[in-house]
Design a protein around this ligand. Structure first.
Ligand SMILES: [Cu+2]
Length: 218
């Protein structure tokens, strides 16, 4: 009987250890205490071991009403991204960023080939025709990341329970991502709440051209 109980206990412990995951809940606010949306929160295991064998991923950045939708996406390095054009005009999507230089010359509909984001870093998207179109692909080296919603919150769930260094990026972030680094011990607790206050640079917006508003040639 005792042996049975011990065996059962061991089995339960093994299951618990296997299933033990953690969650990091991030809250990002600006210097005025307002919630910051579209901030990317990335957790890197402190011991350097990320989950291995992550399958290739796919993502999408649409063009709707001559804007990138969503304006910010976060993807794992190696992710293929398609850029479907839902407008009745053509777009010419490009990036000059070091993490990914590419160009999708004037097109309507969905380009035949997705773009593979194969280097970590920030990729700024533009359109040759519509100067005000700006988008961002944040390419993460770690599979553990999330983007804040309007309430400034992001949840990194289903993390292996361990210690992480966690950082925040935002298109208007003043200073460096490294400046936001926090060590978060998610080895013990099931859920850890972490808060950031970040300084944002004022948003620089290119005015939409009135001719393009009416449709234009492209
Ligand atoms: Cu365009």
């Amino acid at each position: 009987m005792m042996r049975h109980l011990i065996a059962m206990g061991c089995a339960l412990l093994a299951t618990a250890a296997f299933a033990q995951t953690a969650e990091i809940t991030a809250t990002v606010a600006d210097a005025q205490g307002r919630p910051v949306a579209d901030a990317v929160v990335v957790a890197v295991p402190a011991d350097g071991n990320a989950r291995i064998g992550e399958p290739p991923r796919e993502s999408v950045v649409d063009q709707v009403d001559k804007e990138f939708v969503p304006r910010v996406i976060a993807v794992l390095v190696g992710t293929s991204v398609t850029f479907p054009n839902h407008d009745h005009v053509r777009h010419h999507v490009y990036s000059f960023s070091a993490a990914k230089r590419f160009e999708l010359p004037l097109y309507a509909g969905v380009p035949a080939q997705p773009i593979v984001f194969d280097k970590p870093g920030v990729v700024v998207l533009g359109c040759n025709i519509h100067d005000w179109m700006v988008g961002y692909v944040y390419v993460s080296e770690s599979p553990y990341f999330a983007k804040t919603s309007k309430d400034g919150k992001a949840s990194l769930a289903d993390l292996p329970a361990r210690e992480y260094t966690v950082r925040v990026w935002h298109p208007q972030l003043e200073g460096t991502e490294e400046g936001t680094l926090k060590t978060v011990n998610a080895a013990q607790s099931r859920r850890v709440d972490v808060e950031w206050t970040i300084k944002l640079k004022p948003e620089v917006k290119v005015r939409r051209a009135p001719t393009a508003e009416r449709g234009g040639r492209y």
